[in-house]
Design a binder for this molecule. Structure first.
Ligand SMILES: [Zn+2]
Ligand SMILES: [Zn+2]
Length: 180
């Protein structure tokens, strides 16, 4: 894996100074629900810019994700493509709002936690292989995109069928009437 700790010694404390950073690395273990970042390289084209509060990192991040369809569990491949804009706070600069920011660590910034967070937020929570995926039959598990099944929609609910047979059984019992 590429070292994602980047020196900002050249620009640190010189507001207006910037440097471009290119990242190409695999980041495994980023997943949300049924989606995860594949081990194909994550690519980012970033600019680190020295600002009063620290180092502002902006740019673009691309990766590929693989998910399972929330209805039929087929594999779904997708691309993640997002804009990055994150502040790495210099020591002594607490950002307003009390969020816990990324921090400039000495003369370095560590891009890895920021990239992992951004990728995690970009993953689909609920992927579908296609918008009208019919999913699996709740009774027999047949993938309804491939074929219909024999579980007709108007078949009686199995819970009613059980009550029905109970009623028949009670009716057929002899001798339990009020006449006794
Ligand atoms: Zn599906
Ligand atoms: Zn079925």
């Amino acid at each position: 894996m590429q070292n994602l700790r980047k020196s900002v010694a050249e620009i640190s404390g010189r507001p207006g100074g910037y440097q471009d950073l290119r990242v190409k690395t695999s980041l495994t273990g980023v997943f949300v629900g049924l989606s995860e970042i594949t081990d194909a390289p994550v690519r980012a084209t970033l600019r680190a810019e020295s600002v009063m509060e620290g180092i502002l990192v902006t740019g673009r991040l691309r990766a590929s994700a693989s998910s399972q369809c929330a209805r039929c569990l087929r594999d779904v491949a997708s691309n993640v493509d997002l804009d990055i804009c994150e502040l790495f706070a210099a020591s002594g600069h607490e950002p307003p709002g009390g969020q816990d920011p990324y921090r400039v660590d000495g003369l370095e910034i560590d891009l890895e936690p920021m990239l992992r967070d951004a990728l995690g937020l970009a993953l689909p929570l609920r992927a579908l292989c296609r918008q009208d995926c019919p999913g699996l039959c709740a009774r027999c598990g047949q993938d309804l995109a491939d074929a219909s099944c024999d579980c007709a929609q108007d078949e009686p609910d199995p819970r009613w069928a059980a009550l029905d047979s109970l009623r028949k059984e009670l009716e057929s019992r002899p001798g339990r009437t009020a006449t006794g």
